[in-house]
Write a protein that binds this ligand. Structure first.
Ligand code: B1M
Length: 212
């Protein structure tokens, strides 16, 4: 049995060495990468968010925990991104302007790669114009926008408007996600799809392309 609680605790404590060790141990025992993320790493970082919200944790604590989480993710990345077949479609992903949260977006990218998408990751704090240029250049079937702050969610609408202005809105399906984003918000801003987590993001992307 893998000790998911110990892994979550190591994320909470910002202990990247223990996180890496427990993730490797989990993999050795045959625990799927997705389960290590959903049962160990994510509950840990969620608890960190609560501690921050309650004023128990400060920004440096949150940064250490994010670094510990990323240490675990970087071990899992090659496993999640493994694939043996031709790309089924291209997806451009990025976190919107003003927002530097990228852990969730990176997991979405890894899972999409694993599901056979060619993923072009524009990173975080991406201005609307960069998304438009990337759509022009790469002609993706999917554009994925991530936002973790209620203050940066409106930047998603800005991207949709910029695509419209550039005459590209009908050329690409736009998917949105991130902790504060909801289906209702996605509908409101005229996005094509919403997903609450990475597994759902893969399903949604496939269904938007008529693959499922
Ligand atoms: Co910040 N932060 N943070 N933070 N941070 C939150 C988001 C917050 C909820 C914490 C809290 O108060 N409880 C709060 C936002 C409040 C709000 O607006 N509603 C907050 C705040 C306030 C801030 C700062 C403003 C703090 C400050 O400076 N005073 C600051 C802002 C910086 C900025 O962006 N401009 C800040 C900074 C940071 C760090 C840099 C320290 C670090 C980020 C490091 C990094 O990402 N490289 C950080 C962290 C780690 C968090 C929490 C603790 C964890 C986020 C995370 O990685 N979750 C977070 C609390 C929380 O969310 N509970 C918090 C794990 C990840 C796997 O989940 O990102 O939700 P998530 O992704 C999921 C789904 O949402 C979905 O799939 C993913 C995988 O399942 N998904 C998509 C995501 N994108 C998708 C796209 C899709 C589809 C699905 O389609 C394209």
């Amino acid at each position: 049995m893998m000790k998911f609680e110990a892994l979550a605790q190591a994320v909470i404590e910002g202990d990247d060495v223990t996180v890496s060790e427990l993730v490797r141990r989990g993999l050795d025992k045959g625990v799927p990468a997705e389960t290590i993320i959903s049962e160990g790493l994510t509950p840990g970082i969620t608890q960190v968010g609560e501690l921050f919200h309650e004023g128990e944790y400060f920004l440096p604590d949150m940064l250490l925990s994010a670094r510990a989480m990323q240490a675990g993710i970087s071990i899992l990345r090659p496993i999640l991104a493994q694939r043996n077949y031709e790309a089924i479609a291209t997806a451009v992903l990025g976190t919107v302007q003003g927002d530097i949260h990228d852990i969730g977006k990176n997991i979405v990218g890894m899972m999409m790669k694993g599901a056979g998408f060619n993923v072009i990751d524009l990173g975080q704090d991406v201005p609307a114009g960069h998304f438009v240029e990337a759509v022009q250049e790469h002609k993706p079937e999917i554009l994925g926008l991530s936002a973790l702050l209620s203050t940066t969610m409106p930047a998603m609408r800005t991207v949709l408007e910029a695509l419209q202005e550039a005459g590209l809105r009908d050329e690409v399906k736009v998917m949105v996600g991130g902790a504060p984003v909801t289906q209702e918000y996605a509908d409101n801003i005229g996005a094509d799809g919403y997903a609450c987590d990475a597994a759902e993001a893969v399903k949604r992307a496939r269904s938007l392309l008529g693959l499922d």
